[in-house]
Write a new protein. Structure first.
Length: 234
């Protein structure tokens, strides 16, 4: 249903953000190697010499996002940007509308809310309808110099959380393990259960079997960077 359109909105958003990150200009990378003052860029991330006060800032067409520094299990550090809205607030049983550009600096340091669902173990209802968020994690460029040599781009691992379309949360899947490899990790929350996969006959055209929207398809096709889409279902 609306989830299909939500995924299209995500694909467009990720293509937009990824293109900006991949546009981390070669000039910036060269200046980073020349200048050991450690002002690193992920589209404009800023670091101080004190590792405890590193604050990555990303400036992209979608807005300016403030993230946080994290560490993998092997001690490699990466940058995490959480709770980035990819659609406008809840539009129940309707097509997800791509989020407009965020004007002010956005705090992307906290986990996103889960979408409405019933926890099987506790039989408890949790979540909120304003839940269409994604999180992006990217390794520090100094950890992936070989992979980024000669203008190469990092592959994107797009993770769709499991849960049989009835429950689940993208925040369970962190870069703690996956960012030991040089990949960009994208996780999402999407509408589940009746709000995401119900059957409403008068909204049949907006259901998950609906038509591909050509302007979204064109936007996605323009991004030719390598990527992997993974979905698990238990």
């Amino acid at each position: 249903m609306s989830t299909f359109h939500g995924l299209l909105a995500i694909a467009y958003f990720v293509a937009q953000v990824s293109s900006s990150w991949s546009a981390t200009s070669q000039e910036e990378m060269k200046s980073q190697h020349r200048d050991e003052k450690k002002e690193k860029k992920i589209c404009n991330p800023q670091e101080s010499l004190d590792v405890n006060s590193i604050v990555p800032i990303v400036k992209c067409p979608a807005g300016t996002f403030r993230g946080s520094l994290r560490f993998t299990r092997s001690g490699r550090h990466y940058f995490e940007f959480q709770s980035i809205p990819y659609a406008e607030p809840p539009n129940r049983f309707e097509v997800a509308i791509p989020k407009a550009r965020i004007k002010d600096e956005y705090d992307a340091t906290t986990e996103p809310p889960v979408c409405p669902q019933i926890l099987d173990a506790q039989k408890e209802f949790v979540g909120q309808e304003d839940c269409l968020y994604l999180s992006v994690s990217k390794p520090d460029e100094s950890e992936c110099r070989n992979e980024l040599s000669n203008g190469k781009l990092l592959p994107v691992l797009f993770w769709i959380h499991p849960g049989d379309y009835n429950h689940g949360n993208g925040s369970f899947y962190k870069g703690t393990y996956l960012l030991d490899a040089c990949v960009v990790l994208v996780t999402i929350n999407y509408r589940v259960g009746a709000l995401g996969h119900g059957r409403i006959m008068d909204k049949l055209h907006e259901n998950r079997e609906t038509l591909w929207k050509s302007h979204r398809k064109d936007s996605v096709e323009q991004d030719q960077s390598p990527g992997t889409c993974v979905q698990a279902s238990f």
